[in-house]
Ligand binder design. Structure first.
Ligand code: F6P
Ligand code: E4P
Length: 944
């Protein structure tokens, strides 16, 4: 007779410790119930890892499931695992019915990540129970200190529970008490006790593996070899015998009898971990010795095959020689091996092992999901030199080992500095939310078209304007939709130029400010309202919409002026992360983008970076760790962004995200956007390169330049962006990367403490102006040919007295050394001509000094890179460029002009840079055009 079948006669049920789709689909599982008397199945994360991660049996199902719509990695895993569990349950259903709910179960384990959280375990078990929806499911819950109360609750609710990771008799006894308590609760609630089943999975081989190791260590240290050798391979079986004795004792007595009288089943001991790990032990050791009435032995296929082949069943071996078992445990104690301590260690290790396996499993699913979606078009690769790679790997492992990505998604502020970061993580979850509410925006888009707007102007600063600007530049003017303009400058010429470029009677104005109190959008709004009122009269307000956080002053003003719409932002999303909320979506709607497609792309990345995607497969996390590690450990903090021409505008958005988020407390990333790409030799060792290549718009020269940079050993992140719509993926990827880099660097990536300093200085200057009618003046350190130079005492001293402009500039640039960057901060109109000459100067400076270079137009950069320039590392050498304005423009209802505001902003900015001990020189041009020519000629001469 098949020895497996004989076990039944001895009161033991053989279960299979293995799951695989083909086993069920091909009918093998059902066949085993006949052939081997198989009565149940157990699974665990390691088993699913082997099944799903190492076979292609699930590929077709995964593809089909994804074909119906994008899913997160956790959902994909569950789809596959639950498919198997349901099919397995159905195959075992005849056994369940035949044994009247005593046998015929299949087990599915709750996520091992929750092993130390009672409430989360309870919720997860309930969810799985409901989802699987089979009476012969057992939910596996570990016997950790947090798991035991969960077991009590779940039994009380009538769920079938397989208690896993049991090693200690004390824990086992606590589990039995929890079971009996739970049954009493269930009885009180009128539950059917006879249909409620539970097993207590006592792990066997793992005990021997650890105890044997400890014995070997003791022998190596000089303990009595013969005595200790005799204990090898004995601990687990002895422990099991004592557990079985406890079982007999605990399921007796009046308390139990009254439950039994109501039909309650005992919670059987299930011997798990019964494959022998030490090849010198017989392969059927943990079957032969553990036969007992009312028990289960779950065996992996190899053990089952071995037992079927040469097993020799003997009844009640578990009850033989219990005094001998006690003596073994005592002898182990005398040898310094405390079995309770061993058990504790094994629980911790068991949770870790399953969590590690789960990481691998989810990683494998994530990889398949990515391949299914992206194919070869969208990819992400890091090229890191060996020393950086080693530090990167270490950090990645640290994130994996403590589940930091899950903590990040759970808004655990200790991932960062423990300040108020938990209040600022709304962007993590907002894409789904916006996707659900998309109809409101689609209706708004139809209204924009129906009203026949020719132009749309967005008024806003930093995070409130740069995302929309990327969209407008990337997608261009779409036929049948308004042309897009953006105003984020107080330069009077720029303010007027934007308004003059619009047909004001048919212009839609989007006033975009989260706080609603930012100076610039408010004065832009006043200006545009006046101008539009002049053409549209009292109906002017209808041409305006506001995007702002609920209850802001802007919302109040919008209502007063009869704005067409007020769209709300989300308070827990800071400005620079806000493109994934109405701040990006309202302008996107107004210029005619396919909103569902935008959000689907963003959601794909959000899911790809999800809490269930382990670090090895998580693209946002990997990028963030690379950025953080390079800055923190290798002084490679100049994040140089190179993007395909069609998506080049992403650079300005990335700048504000990276700089304002990370540049503080003397640390951070200095983004370098729109710098001409050069040969490897022009770059210092302080660079990190991010190359965003549009699959449909590859610039071969750029690609070759990046390849040369990579070959020269600089760290490079290569991101392949499939199509322009995929920039929505980049919005999420980089938001995640920034949050992660912030954690690695050790700062709060959601505040901007140093922006406020400039704002305060500016406010002081404008109120002084309102009182006195002028801004404070200091004497220049040099003045000639329509140009004046200003510096505070320390900077003036460092520069010394020089004969001409070129000499001053030479001296100032000479202060930049290895690891420094040079930034041109231009408070002039941002137009193509000005950009071109300043870019040329920038390239020349970079090529000559090998320093990273930045170009910012004021006041725009104040809400972007300005934070890092003041709060980040003191490695900047600044040239501030200001000018007289040929034509100034009045700010309605104020005593000041845009020119005054701009001048006050520049002065305030300079003051703060100087207070922070930055190397800063102000160059004032009396006439912008001729002054710029003189300045750039002098700059070229200074470095020539
Ligand atoms: O949307 P708001 O509140 O007008 O702020 C604009 C910008 O100013 C800052 O608050 C500070 O620069 C940015 O973070 C933000 O994007
Ligand atoms: O329930 C089954 C257990 O998870 C399994 O038997 C553990 O076995 P192992 O120790 O061989 O991993």
């Amino acid at each position: 007779m098949n020895p497996l079948k004989q076990l039944e006669a001895f009161g033991q049920s053989p279960w299979l410790d293995f799951v695989r789709r083909s086993l069920i689909e091909k009918g093998e599982l059902a066949a085993m119930t006949e052939r081997d008397g198989l009565k149940g199945v157990t699974s665990n994360p390691s088993i699913f890892e082997k099944a799903i991660g190492h076979s292609d049996e699930y590929d077709a199902d995964l593809k089909a499931f994804l074909h119906d719509g994008d899913q997160g990695v956790g959902a994909l895993y569950e789809h596959l695992a639950i498919g198997d569990i349901r099919a397995g349950a159905d195959a075992l259903r005849p056994v369940y019915d035949r044994t009247h709910a005593r046998d015929g179960y299949i087990s599915l384990e709750v996520s091992p990540y929750l092993a130390n959280d009672t409430e989360a375990t309870v919720n997860e078990a309930r969810r799985l129970w409901k989802t699987v929806d089979r009476p012969n499911l057992m939910v596996k819950v570990p016997a950790t200190p947090a798991g035991i109360p969960a077991i009590r609750t779940l039994i009380g609710e009538g769920l079938n529970i397989n208690v896993t990771l049991l090693f200690a008799i004390s824990a086992y006894e606590a589990v039995v008490h929890a079971y009996i308590d739970g049954l009493e609760t269930l009885a009180k609630a009128g539950g059917d006790l006879s249909r409620s089943a539970s097993v207590a999975s006592f792990f066997i081989s793992r005990i021997d593996s650890l105890v044997d190791k400890k014995l070997d260590a003791a022998i190596a240290k000089g303990a009595d070899k013969a005595a200790l050798d005799a204990l090898h391979g004995k601990a687990a079986i002895a422990n099991a015998k004592l557990a079985y004795a406890s079982y007999r004792r605990l399921f007796s007595g009046s308390r139990w009898e009254s439950l039994a009288a109501r039909g309650a089943q005992t919670q059987r001991l299930l011997w798990a971990s019964t494959s022998t790990k030490n090849p010198s032990y017989p392969d059927t050791l943990y079957v032969e010795t553990l036969i007992g009435r009312d028990t289960v032995n779950t065996m992996p296929p190899a053990t089952m095959d071995a037992y079927r082949d040469h097993g020799k069943p003997v009844a009640d071996t578990i009850e033989s020689d219990v005094p001998g078992a006690q003596a073994t445990i005592a002898a182990l104690g005398a040898a310094g091996v405390d079995i309770e301590a061993v058990a504790k260690e094994l629980v911790v290790d068991g949770v870790k092992q399953f969590a590690d396996a789960f990481d691998q499993l989810l990683g494998a699913v994530a990889m398949r999901r990515r391949k299914t979606f992206d194919g070869d078009r969208a990819s992400f690769a890091l090229a890191l030199a060996p020393d950086i790679q080693a530090a990167f790997d270490k950090e990645i492992e640290a994130w994996r080992a403590d589940g930091r990505i899950r903590r990040l998604w759970a808004s655990d502020k200790t991932v960062w500095t423990g300040a108020d970061e938990d209040h600022w993580t709304g962007w993590l979850h907002n894409v789904d939310h916006e996707r659900k509410g998309i109809d409101e925006l689609i209706a708004f888009a139809s209204e924009v078209q129906a009203r026949g707007y020719t132009d749309v102007v967005l008024l806003g600063m930093g995070g409130s304007s740069l995302g929309p600007a990327v969209l407008a530049e990337t997608f261009g003017h779409r036929k049948g939709w308004p042309r897009f303009h953006m105003l984020d400058s107080t330069d009077p010429a720029q303010v007027a130029a934007v308004a003059d470029a619009c047909a004001l009677a048919t212009t839609l104005v989007i006033v975009s400010s989260k706080s609603g109190s930012t100076l610039e959008p408010n004065i832009f709004m006043a200006y545009f309202y006046d101008r539009i009122r002049a053409v549209s009269g009292d109906a002017a307000g209808r041409q305006f919409v506001a995007v702002t956080d609920p209850g802001s002053a802007l919302e109040t003003a919008a209502k007063e002026h009869g704005f067409g719409h007020v769209f709300h932002g989300v308070k827990s999303i800071g400005g620079r992360y806000s493109v994934l909320s109405k701040f990006g979506l309202v302008p996107a709607a107004a210029i005619g983008l396919d909103l569902p497609a935008c959000l689907d792309a963003a959601r794909r990345m959000a899911r790809g970076c999800g809490p269930d995607v382990p670090p090895s497969e998580n693209p946002g996390l990997r990028l963030g760790v690379a950025l953080g590690v390079c800055a923190r450990h290798f002084k490679r903090d100049k994040v140089t962004i190179i993007a395909s021409p069609a998506i080049a505008s992403l650079g300005a958005w990335l700048e504000q995200l990276l700089a304002e988020s990370t540049g503080k407390q003397g640390h951070g990333l200095i983004p370098v956007a729109d710098e001409a790409t050069g040969a490897p030799g022009v770059y210092g060792d302080d660079r990190f390169f991010a190359y965003l290549e549009l699959a449909d718009g590859v610039d071969p020269k750029q690609r070759a330049a990046v390849a040369a940079i990579e070959a020269a050993g600089h760290p490079v992140a290569r991101i392949s962006v499939g199509t322009p719509i995929d920039i929505w993926q980049e919005f999420f990827r980089w938001a995640m990367a920034t949050a992660v880099a912030g954690s690695v660097i050790g700062i709060n990536p959601f505040d901007q403490p140093d922006v406020e300093a400039s704002k305060i200085a500016t406010r002081k200057l404008t109120s002084e102006y309102e009182k006195s009618g002028k801004l404070p003046e200091t004497a220049p350190i040099y003045s000639a040919d329509g140009i004046a130079l200003y510096a505070d005492a320390p900077n003036a001293k460092a520069l010394g007295k020089q004969g001409d402009l070129t000499a001053y500039l030479r001296g100032h640039l000479g202060r930049a050394g290895a690891g420094d960057y040079v930034a041109l901060l231009a408070y002039i109109q941002r137009d193509a001509a000005h950009t071109e000459v300043l870019q040329a100067a920038r390239t020349a400076i970079r090529d000559r000094t090998h320093c990273a270079t930045c170009l910012g137009f004021g006041p725009r950069f104040l809400h972007s890179t300005g934070q890092a320039y003041k709060g980040g590392p003191n490695s900047g050498v600044f040239i501030q460029i200001t000018s007289d304005d040929a034509h100034d423009v009045k700010v309605p209802q104020q005593s000041y002009t845009f020119g005054i505001v701009k001048a006050a902003q520049a002065l305030g900015d300079l003051q703060v840079l100087q207070e922070r001990g930055r190397r800063a020189l102000r160059v004032h041009l009396h006439d912008v055009e001729s002054g710029l020519r003189t300045l750039t000629a002098a700059l070229h001469a200074a470095i020539g």
